[in-house]
Ligand binder design. Structure first.
Ligand code: SAM
Ligand code: TMP
Ligand code: ZN
Length: 409
């Protein structure tokens, strides 16, 4: 059954193209003794706006259910991501932040992984972060944090208190926010005349190319393209002036918006728009093709895991990622197929994965003893993880990957 909804960007009609069915909150790791009957579920489905081409979820989860005191995702958990954000901060210092007393606002600063470098450089800054636990971690690093959701009213208050922002930055956060119109109105109000709004999020082009359907879960409400972002910006007197493809988190794009007319767009914008047109990224047929590949991956992965169970092999998951909630719940993978999931995040350990209820254990237990197979849920951190787990392969263990197709490494 397919349905329609109203576009959260332009008010147009969103036509559903894929239904993942009943899904839990991807970061709601359960204590084993809580009443599992009380677990929150919603219908996870994706649609394409017939007017502005924005791909988005058909149903929205209330924000307080996802982002709260106990939000478990700590950005600094990956060494690679720490250096990614440090690199961006250093680049901003030499490009956008060279004026007199520049001011930076980060939306969704989490544990301060990016702002730390700017704070240490003495740059005037403010992180806006509603999830209290991670905000406290950032504050303990000497970062100035405001514990609240960023939206239009917050932006106006910041402008009144601190003046205009030279850079507003958001990583893996803007795509989480269904009330995006309020964000962009706020950005427009807070931005200095020559300032920029820089944000980076998973790119629909990479998701379609890699069939990385596990990028789709409650927190990821929008799946941006240069085209949909360009149109969205125009509605708010903003302009897309640069795009940069990033290798992180399975493929992202860093978009730069400026006040309309303030900057000349780089050639990269026209190039990416042309590439998206050539690939038919806004065409329903392309997205239907993506859906067919997702069904094939589901069938191949469940067949493989059932075969391994029949052979008496032990399979564990590696990385209790938010993404893995979609994989386990859509494919019907429970503790009978994957006995445990290992993860370095203390807030996830000794809990059960959402929906599928697979126990999460400390990653230190991975080698104790090694399983026969490890299903790499944190595939976006594959290089980092496989480099530190070389002993697993040496002991005869094998990695299972599932995007862009199911394979054993
Ligand atoms: N920027 C970090 C990174 O890239 O690793 C954190 C990304 S995390 C997936 C998303 C963050 O956005 C969470 O810390 C969440 O609390 C925050 N968030 C969600 N809605 C927000 C809003 N309206 N304003 C500011 N932060 C928000
Ligand atoms: P992410 O894909 O949203 O960044 O989440 C990655 C998850 O994987 C997070 O829970 C931390 C975990 N992880 C490990 O357990 N070991 C590692 O080496 C890395 C990089 C991540
Ligand atoms: Zn629209």
């Amino acid at each position: 059954m397919s349905s329609t909804s109203q576009c959260r960007v332009c008010g147009g009609t969103v036509n559903e193209f894929f239904d993942f069915g009943r899904q839990p909150l991807s970061d709601a790791f359960l204590e084993p003794d809580v009443d599992l009957d009380g677990e929150f579920f919603f219908r996870l489905a994706t649609g394409l706006c017939a007017d502005c081409t924005m791909v988005q979820l058909m149903e929205e989860v209330p924000r307080d259910r996802m982002f709260h005191e106990a939000y478990p995702y700590h950005s600094s958990g990956s060494a690679y991501m720490r250096s990614h954000f440090e690199g961006l901060a250093k680049r901003l210092l030499t490009t956008e932040l060279t004026g007199d007393d520049p001011f930076v606002v980060e939306v969704g600063c989490n544990d301060g992984v990016m702002l730390r470098t700017l704070a240490e450089s003495g740059v005037r800054h403010l992180g806006v972060e509603p999830s209290g636990g991670v905000a406290d971690v950032a504050a303990a690093k000497g970062i100035r944090v405001r514990k609240s959701f960023f939206e239009e009213s917050t932006a106006r208050e910041i402008r009144a208190a601190d003046g205009p922002a030279d850079v507003i930055y958001a990583a893996n956060t803007l795509c989480h926010i269904p009330y995006i119109g309020s964000i962009l109105t706020g950005v427009r109000a807070l931005l200095a005349p020559t300032g920029v709004f820089v944000f980076e999020d998973p790119y629909l082009g990479d998701i379609v190319e890699r069939a990385s359907f596990d990028q789709i879960y409650d927190e990821h409400f929008f799946f941006f393209t240069a085209r949909s972002v360009q149109q969205m910006a125009q509605r708010h007197d903003l302009e897309l002036v640069d795009v940069e493809r990033l290798p992180v988190h399975g493929g992202e794009v860093r978009y730069t918006l400026a006040i309309a007319g303030a900057r000349t767009p780089t050639p990269a914008v026209a190039d990416l728009l042309a590439e998206e047109r050539a690939r038919g990224l806004a065409d329903r047929a392309t997205l239907d093709g993506f859906g067919e590949r997702v069904l094939r991956i589901r069938d191949d992965l469940t067949a493989l895991l059932r075969r391994l169970r029949a052979e008496g092999k032990r399979v564990v998951g590696y990385g209790a990622t938010a993404k893995s909630a979609t994989v386990t719940n859509f494919c019907g993978i429970g503790p009978d197929l994957v006995s445990t999931v290992v993860d370095t995040t203390p807030a996830k350990q000794n809990r059960l994965t959402p929906g599928a209820h697979i126990p999460v254990v400390d990653a230190a237990a991975f080698a104790d003893p090694y399983p026969d197979y490890a299903l790499l849920f944190a595939w976006n951190h594959a290089d980092e993880i496989q480099a530190k787990e070389q002993g697993f392969r040496a002991a005869g263990g094998r990695w299972i990957r599932y995007v862009p197709e199911v394979r054993i490494d």
